[in-house]
Structures are given as C-alpha cells and as structure tokens.
Design a protein. Structure first.
Length: 208
C-alpha cells in the first residue's frame, strides 16, 4: 500500500517535470530508478505524446577508440608477416635446389625440414592476415620450430661436407627470439588475435 502511495506521489511530482527531464530519467539516469518508477515516467511521457523523443542508445562493452586503433594488421605486425613469408619462400627454394641437385640421405632430410618450415609458415601468414583467433600462438610455435629446424638443417649440411658458419644459427635464433618477444608483449597482437572485436548489444530503446 505504501508503495502505491509512493508511486502516486511520484506520478504527481513528475507531471510538473519538463519533457527533457523525463527523457533523461528514462535513459541516462534509468539505473537510479526502480522499474516501477520508470513505468510512471513513461506513462507521463505517453500522456504528453512524447514517446519517441529519445533515440535508441547502443551499449558497447569494454570499448575505447584508442584501443581499437591498434586492432588489425599494421605496424610491426606487417613486417613480421612479411618476414615469415620470406623465410618460407627461401626454405622452399632451398628444398627445390636440393631436389634438383639430387637427393642423398642428408639431402632428403634437408628437403623434409625445409617443407616443415615453408608449408606451416605460409599457412601461418594466411591466418595472421585473416586475423584468425589464436593465429599469434601459431606464429609463436612457428618461430620455435624455425630454430629447431635451422639447427637440424645446419647439421645435415655439415653431414654433406659443406661449410657452414656458426653465425647462421645464431642469427636465426636471435631473429626468432625478437619476434617471439614481440608476439608475447605487443598490444596490437593482443587486440587483434586474443580480444574479440567489441560488438554493440541489442539497441536499448528509451521506451517500451
């Protein structure tokens, strides 16, 4: 009974409000009122023929324009993707060269290892460009694989009696570590592959 008296008093009070105040109460300040109070405000607006005054509001969760500007393929991420693609192409060329020169036991191993770098590398590039979820983790695995494969290739090359500089493996290791660090620390990578793009929820109409 007391609640009905309170609502009646509220109805009497809001009848003196400006339309703008009623609109603000049912939209921006709606969270401060009970559903029953909001219903009173809406009935008053309907009585005044002002049910379409306020446009629908769209709600975005955890979204800021500043963060969204870093989302997508750009910046250092483009350079990384190009590097993976180049490394994959070079591995393919090296494998083809061994095939053309004739395969031995060690040569066959080199071709297999080159394929282990080239094919996953190109697929990783496609996934990164298309912004597939977890593509960054796949790229991380590719860089780790790259270090292991380069080590095996150098060993196989030495087995074929060819000269190999130790700096070749060191540079490959350093190159991979740089990009592994980037993948783990980059805000662009996190937003692009680990955080879903914010989508507007269903429009919340100011009035039922």
């Amino acid at each position: 009974m007391a609640e009905n008296d309170d609502l009646a008093a509220l109805a009497s009070s809001c009848s003196t409000w400006e339309i703008a105040e009623l609109v603000r109460a049912t939209t921006d300040e709606a969270s401060t009122y009970t559903p029953e109070s909001l219903a009173v405000f809406r009935r008053e607006l309907e009585r005044r023929g002002a049910t379409e005054v306020a446009p629908p509001r769209l709600i975005f969760s955890s979204f800021t324009p500043e963060n969204d500007s870093l989302r997508g393929v750009g910046g250092w991420l483009v350079l990384m993707i190009l590097g993976i693609a180049l490394r994959s192409v070079l591995a393919s060329v090296e494998g083809i060269r061994f095939i053309v020169n004739g395969l031995t036991g060690a040569g066959l191993l080199v071709v297999a290892l080159d394929a282990a770098i080239a094919i996953p590398g190109l697929l990783t590039c496609v996934m990164l460009v298309r912004q597939r979820p977890s593509a960054d983790r796949i790229a991380l695995c590719w860089y780790m694989l790259n270090v292991v494969v380069v080590g095996f290739i150098l060993a196989a090359t030495l087995a074929l009696g060819r000269n190999v500089r130790a700096s070749t493996f060191a540079s490959s290791l350093g190159y991979s570590l740089i990009w592994i660090t980037y993948l783990r620390k980059s805000e662009r990578v996190r937003l692009t592959y680990r955080s879903p793009r914010p989508q507007p929820e269903v429009p919340v109409e100011a009035f039922d």
